[in-house]
Design a protein around this ligand. Structure first.
Ligand SMILES: Nc1nc2c(ncn2[C@@H]2O[C@H](COP(=O)(O)OP(=O)(O)O)[C@@H](O)[C@H]2O)c(=O)[nH]1
Ligand SMILES: [Mg+2]
Length: 239
């Protein structure tokens, strides 16, 4: 991979995303040609990692971090942050690999950080934001998780559970100083809570979130339960 100082790094965690990942990398490069992409793959049994490794031979803007087992979304993000700092990137944009997060919104999220915001968030829950393809049950689950997190943790952000974000260098340097309590999806709430409590400037930009059309969601009852525990734990702490 060609390393460019202070460029953004797009970090995409994957677990069994063979049907999505190469197409997504293409779309990301189209939307943001200046960005390198790091795929953080947890030994996906469907061969996602092999597909990416083959593509790297032809794509200098693509890299992979291959982890030995399914270690969770939270540790994948932190590993991506550490990689970005080690390789002198200026910011990190995180997104899911299932096309739920529209690549054409990447430039706006990066521009917000370039203009001095410490964290920008692609948000479903601000005016102009929307969700496509979710059944009522999933909508209700997400809306109530956000409402509870906002109330209990006194968060200002409306979309606390989305993973389409751009972290500034300052946010990255701050977040890697301490391991996360949560290894899975609830890491998104923990990362946000830490940024808000540190007084960082945060902006939410509207996005249309679309349910995946290929592959399956990895969210489980256990993840939902863990997220509830994370919120309770964070509510009992000050920092
Ligand atoms: N590296 C890694 N990626 C994961 C893990 N769990 C989920 N992902 C990825 O995280 C993103 C969000 O997961 P997804 O299943 O779409 O969750 P949902 O959108 O909440 O249903 C996708 O890109 C997944 O492939 C994990 O344990 N490790
Ligand atoms: Mg998804």
């Amino acid at each position: 991979m060609v390393r460019r100082v202070a460029r953004p790094l797009v970090c995409i965690p994957t677990y069994n995303e063979a049907g999505n990942i190469l197409l997504l990398v293409e779309r990301v490069h189209e939307a943001a040609p200046d960005c390198d992409v790091l795929v953080i793959d947890d030994a996906s049994p469907d061969g996602t990692g092999e597909l990416v490794r083959d593509r790297i031979l032809k794509d200098a803007r693509l890299e992979i971090m291959s982890r030995p087992a399914k270690l969770g979304l939270g540790t994948a993000y932190l590993a991506g942050f550490a990689y970005a700092l080690q390789h002198d990137y200026g910011s990190v944009l995180t997104m899911d690999s299932d096309f739920s997060h529209p690549p054409d919104r990447i430039p706006a999220l990066i521009e917000a950080v370039d203009s001095g915001v410490q964290l920008s968030i692609g948000s479903r829950y601000v005016p102009g934001g929307a969700i496509r393809g979710w059944a009522l049950g999933r909508r209700a689950l997400s809306a109530s998780a956000n409402m509870v997190a906002r109330q209990l943790l006194r968060l200002q952000t409306h979309d606390c559970t989305g993973g389409f974000r751009c972290y500034s260098l300052r946010a990255l340097q701050f977040l890697v100083t301490r391991p996360l309590r949560s290894s899975g999806y609830s890491a998104l709430i923990e990362l946000l809570t830490r940024c808000e409590r540190a007084g960082m400037t945060i902006v939410e930009l509207p996005i249309t979130f679309s349910e995946r059309t290929r592959g399956r969601s990895k969210i489980s009852q256990q993840e939902i339960f863990r997220a509830m525990l994370t919120v309770a734990r964070l509510a009992g702490r000050r920092s």
